[in-house]
Design a protein around this ligand. Structure first.
Ligand code: 4BW
Length: 151
């Protein structure tokens, strides 16, 4: 049984719930779009974090944005996948969380995003908090006895 189960929901921090960086699929700013699309298709994720060569978080990139970028007037211009780099397409205006932030901070951030990146004070990438992870903690709390539903 998870130790987290015994803790008050509101005492949980982002560090308790996040997926650590080593388990997160990511791409680098200088990668060609072709590589990013390959990572997205192979991993099955809609979007992933973008890092620089020192592991600092730069943004996120997703399948829809890439496909829109290479869509010409009548067809996909596939050559553009090798001409463009991730940094030309990524979204940089994204919310970020710190490991010390609370579950409530995470909940607010995840209302508008399927995942939010976690960084340290210097902007180095620590991992991601997903909707799935936070919903699992809320479900555990509901079924822990205090507020157990009758069915
Ligand atoms: O490969 C998958 N394995 C599992 N177990 N579930 C998956 C996988 N791909 C998708 N899912 C499910 C998850 O419930 O579909 C949801 C939406 O996926 P998305 O957004 O649109 O690709 C997943 O919801 P989630 O776990 O709350 O994750 C939210 C978003 O976080 C995903 C993806 O953009 C990102 N993400 C999650 N795990 C990741 C990741 N990005 C990189 N690496 C990871 N390990």
């Amino acid at each position: 049984m998870s130790l987290l189960q015994d803790r008050e929901l509101t005492s949980l921090t982002i560090a308790d719930m996040m997926i650590p960086s080593e388990k997160v699929a990511h791409v680098q700013v200088n990668n060609p779009l072709e590589h990013a699309l390959l990572v997205l298709v192979k991993s099955g994720y809609s979007a992933v974090p973008v890092l620089d060569s020192t592991y600092k978080l730069e943004g996120t990139v997703g399948k829809t944005k890439i496909l829109n970028e290479i869509l010409g007037l009548e067809r996909f211009e596939i050559d553009r996948l090798s001409e463009l780099q991730v940094k030309e397409v990524m979204v940089t205006d994204i919310p970020k969380l710190l490991k010390e932030d609370t579950l409530i901070d995470g909940l607010k951030a995840l209302i508008n995003y399927p995942f939010v990146c976690v960084v340290d004070e210097e902007g180095y990438f620590d991992g991601i908090l997903t909707r799935r992870a936070i919903l699992k903690e809320i479900r555990k709390d509901i079924y822990s006895g205090k507020n157990k539903p009758t069915r």
